[in-house]
Design a protein around this ligand. Structure first.
Ligand code: NCD
Length: 319
């Protein structure tokens, strides 16, 4: 693997807006190497031996937490999970004190998920270890955006001019939508969004996307469809009439999928509400890359931990 002049050593990864296109390319290229390690019989290299990573999750997670944990372990780091529902947070400890507490244990990275926008940036200000944002409220989820880019690239499509991307559903509360809109528009792709008007931020067009009031118009001719989970836990009540009506008017089903390009990629960050934003059939069809996304999530998170904690200086350890 070629050495790169760019280094992400010591960098906090808070959102995709603060990474350059070259830095994103380095992460994706490193993830491809990491994927080879994942495919080995013995998936363990010593690149992060002696480093420790703390997963600090204030919100539920299956994919993101587990994949950061496996990513660290495959690279030889010690990984500890803190689930705040069973930590001192329930005794009233504030965010600053929790961050300073884990920092006192000399960890090298804090991977943090929090319901409040800006929480990871705050942690990065307070703490010396590298902070990786694993989702802050409706703001950003950079590792998800990177694994989506990786999955699209691996499938042979290049996010850039001429590619039509559709993002469907709960744009208002989705950090995945905001993350992908930032990356995809900057790379020059055409980004279309559709969903109930109550779930579309009024100023979203300023980000360079086209808003549609019919889901079919966003899907027509699309190369990639990113279906979002309805964020029931973040929403105030009454933003759409019923789940049945939502599925009927906005859900991605086979009939609607047929409007897209034949080789369209269907993405979903998971967890899916099957039968609501995505039909059972579409979730399992050949165009669905949802399980590839999960697998690539481990490789991308290995790349992030490796690049931020070593500066990418020990490529030889990957061989
Ligand atoms: C996403 C999240 O938490 O932002 N899930 C994930 O990380 N795979 C999307 C979601 O919860 O809808």
């Amino acid at each position: 693997m070629a050495k790169s002049d760019i280094s992400l050593g010591g960098r906090d990864i808070l959102d995709l807006g603060s990474l350059s296109n070259e830095e994103i390319a380095l992460i994706l290229q490193t993830a491809a190497e990491m994927k080879k390690i994942m495919k080995r019989d013995i998936k363990k290299v010593p690149s992060l031996r002696g480093k420790s990573v703390i997963n600090l999750f204030y919100e539920p997670s299956t994919r993101t937490r587990t994949s950061f944990e496996l990513a660290g372990k495959y690279l030889g780091a010690d990984v500890v999970n803190i689930t705040t529902s069973s930590s001192s947070v329930v005794k009233g400890e504030c965010l600053r004190d929790t961050i300073l507490t884990v920092q006192s244990m000399n960890c090298d990275a804090i991977v943090m998920r929090h319901p409040i926008e800006g929480a990871a940036a705050y942690a990065a200000k307070v703490a010396k270890p590298v902070v990786i944002n694993a989702g802050d409220g409706a703001h950003a989820h950079p590792s998800q955006g990177l694994l989506d880019l990786y999955t699209i690239k691996e499938a042979g499509k290049k996010v850039g001019p001429g590619l039509k991307m559709a993002i469907l559903g709960d744009i208002l509360y989705s950090r995945v939508a905001r993350t992908n809109i930032v990356a995809w528009t900057r790379l020059g792709a055409e980004v279309h969004v559709a969903g109930p008007m109550t779930l579309i931020p009024h100023d979203i067009e300023a980000l360079g996307v086209k808003v549609h009031s019919r889901v079919e118009d966003a899907i027509e001719g699309a190369d990639v469809i990113d279906v979002l989970r309805i964020q029931l836990e973040r929403q105030k009540k009454g933003l759409f009439p019923t789940t049945r009506e939502y599925a009927r008017v906005w859900g991605l089903n086979e009939k609607r999928l047929a409007l897209a390009k034949k080789d369209v990629l269907v993405l979903h960050p998971g967890p899916m509400n099957r039968g609501l934003e995505i039909s059972w059939e579409v979730g399992y069809c050949d165009n669905a890359y949802i399980r590839d996304q999960v697998q690539n999530g481990v490789a991308v998170r290995m790349a992030l931990l490796f690049l931020t904690l070593t500066g990418g200086k020990h490529f030889e350890n990957l061989d």
